[in-house]
Write a protein that binds this ligand. Structure first.
Ligand SMILES: [Fe+2]
Ligand SMILES: [Fe+2]
Length: 246
């Protein structure tokens, strides 16, 4: 058995939208996803998909995308990304009933992998606008957007705490924490998300959302305060799921 993660499939079987402006890696990327996932993931494995599944805005525009995901091997656990308009956070139970036995939607709940609880939420990070000097150094930022970002971080932290609380109440002491957004903004060295991961002693923090060479280094990668931070954006991994736990 193994636990894998991959983020940002950005499927669009039913809508006319593509990630190709972000580079040729996105050309027919659904074929790469299918090939890589089928090569690695066994039916008994768990695959966490860390958000931005579909460009469809409503559930009926995502059916083929979700059917594609459902057809991949292993047990699929899905996290909300900023593009996942089909998923109302407050109606996650409805999605879980609808896709029962096929897909599990992780929001205000938790999943289990061996003796680990898989907890998570979309998260949020401030992404600017930043004001730069001639050398490209950040000299300021949009205060209003920053204040709005702080509100969103606080809402997401509430949802993440609920996920941890339920897992702990059920007796779990080992955690893997999933976010869609990176755990820190490019201005931060730590954040409420890194703090809660440390508070609960999470083994790993897994996130995606960052696309393109210039964004891959936006947040923490590798070991930080004893926690393994893993970026699993599809284009970062050439759509090969990352092994989180053996
Ligand atoms: Fe994305
Ligand atoms: Fe995203």
């Amino acid at each position: 058995m193994a636990l894998y993660a991959l983020g940002d499939l950005h499927l669009s079987f039913q809508v006319d939208k593509t990630m190709e402006p972000f580079g040729s890696i996105w050309r027919h990327h659904e074929r790469k996803i299918k090939k890589q996932v089928n090569r690695l993931v066994k039916p008994e494995d768990t695959l966490v998909l860390t958000g931005d599944h579909s460009f469809g805005k409503r559930l009926d525009q995502c059916e083929e995308d979700l059917a594609f995901i459902s057809g991949l091997p292993g047990r699929k656990v899905l996290l909300r990304g900023n593009h996942d308009m089909f998923w109302d956070a407050k109606k996650t139970d409805r999605l879980n009933r609808h896709f029962d036995g096929k897909l599990f939607f992780l929001q205000n709940n938790f999943a289990v992998y061996e003796d680990y609880a898989l907890v998570g939420t979309k998260g949020y990070t401030f992404e600017g606008p930043f004001y730069l000097d001639r050398r490209g150094r950040i000299v300021g930022w949009d205060e209003e957007r920053k204040a709005q970002a702080e509100k969103l971080v606080s809402r997401e932290m509430g949802r993440l705490r609920e996920s941890f609380r339920q897992a702990q109440e059920a007796g779990y002491r080992k955690f893997v924490m999933f976010l869609h957004y990176p755990p820190t903004s490019i201005l931060e060295e730590s954040s409420p998300f890194t703090e809660i991961a440390e508070e609960y002693g999470a083994t790993a923090v897994v996130y995606s959302h960052c696309h393109g060479e210039q964004r891959f280094g936006d947040s923490i990668r590798g070991s930080f305060h004893g926690i393994n931070y893993m970026l699993v954006s599809g284009d970062y991994l050439n759509f090969q799921p990352a092994l989180v736990l053996p």
